[in-house]
Design a protein around this ligand. Structure first.
Ligand SMILES: Cc1ncc(COP(=O)(O)O)c(C=O)c1O
Length: 388
């Protein structure tokens, strides 16, 4: 069998390897504390399930959906963006429904990147930006995110010859994997940079609803004129504990949204209608369930940060996301420390290097497990004399 050269360019997906390792350890009888993939352990709120049950058996639900999304769902997205961010979106051409935001992010470069074109991609970052750029024949140009630059890309450092070949600039705040937040001043800089250099700004806002200590994340589209150059990706996955449902949206610049929709309409036939109808309920009903989630994640964050700090780390509490970006002790690499945590303590984390070269020296903890397990993890670290 002769596979494509394209396939050889991409590594196995990060979490496939991690899931395999987890299964291998569990088969040996190890009780794993899983800080791995960021998949909320909390249930999808009951009212969303109720709506799903109501619509599931309708004849309409079983038929092909519109690939861009049901108009009623797009209207609900438009209303939600207006209420949440004071951003106006026309449901006709500024919104496209996605089968989870990963799907839209993975397809976007097919609409914008020709072989040899560059996409400006943060490093570390959600692996899909880089992989989908490569699959489209483009070249990722990596923008290091470090503690020194507050995990914000330094646009001034991008060489002119790179900018000339670039088509896309990706940003993701609140950020996976670093947990960093960005303010509107940074968003404005990105919008101005993209306007000046004729780039499309790709904002991944998957974690906008997970803010703590009173912090409320913003959308890039809140910046005046941002819609001229921005496509924003959003998802119900993390906000409503709906990762398995596969439902999200791309919104913003109509030309960009429609370009993505052309690719999608030729590849998939849209998200299951019943899920879109249940998603309307998620966006339109009271958002108290989101507040309740955040309270739980905030408490877990505090337990983990305080626990690790009692072992010598000096971590600040992230204002958003359910990730903790933790430097490894001296003498360790991301991979060696990940292995040590798993072998000695049965603690599964993700090596920062899996998110890019600048992620070396870190591991990522996802606090998608209950507090008791976090306490147990700290006890196991203490017992194994693992400290910073
Ligand atoms: C930064 C970021 N963007 C997008 C996604 C994809 O989410 P989904 O495809 O479930 O909408 C994830 C999932 O972990 C993520 O971390």
């Amino acid at each position: 069998m002769k596979k494509s050269k394209r396939l050889n360019q991409i590594p196995p997906y990060l979490f496939v390897k991690i899931e395999e390792k987890k299964a291998e350890m569990e088969a040996k009888g190890v009780d794993i504390i899983n800080f791995g993939i960021g998949d909320p352990d909390l249930p999808t709120p009951k009212h969303i399930f109720k709506k799903m049950h109501e619509v599931l058996e309708s004849k309409e639900a079983s038929q092909y959906p519109s690939s861009k999304g049901e108009f009623a769902f797009k209207k609900a997205i438009s209303k939600w963006y207006q209420k949440r961010f004071k951003v106006e979106l026309n449901p006709r051409d500024e919104i496209c429904c996605l089968i989870g935001s990963k799907e839209g992010l993975a397809h976007l470069p097919l609409a914008f990147i020709d072989p040899g074109d560059i996409a400006l991609i943060p490093d570390p970052s959600y692996p899909v930006y880089k992989i989908s750029t490569t699959l489209a024949g483009g070249e990722p140009y990596l923008l290091p995110l470090t503690e020194k630059n507050n995990f914000l890309p330094e646009l001034k450092k991008i060489p002119a010859n790179v900018i000339k070949k670039a088509k896309l600039l990706y940003i993701n705040y609140p950020n996976n994997p670093t947990g960093a937040a960005a303010d509107k001043e940074f968003f404005k800089k990105c919008v101005d940079f993209c306007k000046k250099n004729n780039l499309l700004l790709v904002s991944d806002l998957a974690y906008s609803e997970m803010g703590y200590d009173g912090y409320i994340p913003s959308s890039v589209l809140e910046i005046e004129g941002a819609k001229d150059v921005t496509i924003e990706f959003h998802s119900l996955s993390k906000t409503y504990n709906m990762t398995g449902w596969r439902i999200g949206m791309a919104v913003g610049n109509s030309e960009a949204v429609q370009a993505l929709a052309i690719i999608k309409s030729n590849i998939d036939s849209g998200a299951f209608k019943a899920i879109q109808l249940a998603a309307i309920e998620a966006l339109s009903a009271s958002q108290d369930c989101v507040k309740a989630n955040n309270k739980i994640f905030e408490e877990r964050r505090d337990v983990l940060v305080n626990g690790l700090n009692s072992l010598g780390w000096q971590l600040e509490k992230p204002q958003a996301t359910f990730y903790l970006w933790v430097p490894v002790p001296k003498g360790e690499t991301s991979a060696s420390f990940t292995k040590k945590l798993l072998d000695k303590c049965g603690i599964l984390v993700v090596p920062g290097s899996g998110y890019g070269k600048s992620g070396e020296g870190y591991v990522r903890f996802a606090i998608t497990i209950d507090q008791k397990q976090i306490v147990e993890a700290i006890l196991r670290l203490k017992k194994a004399a693992i400290k910073f």
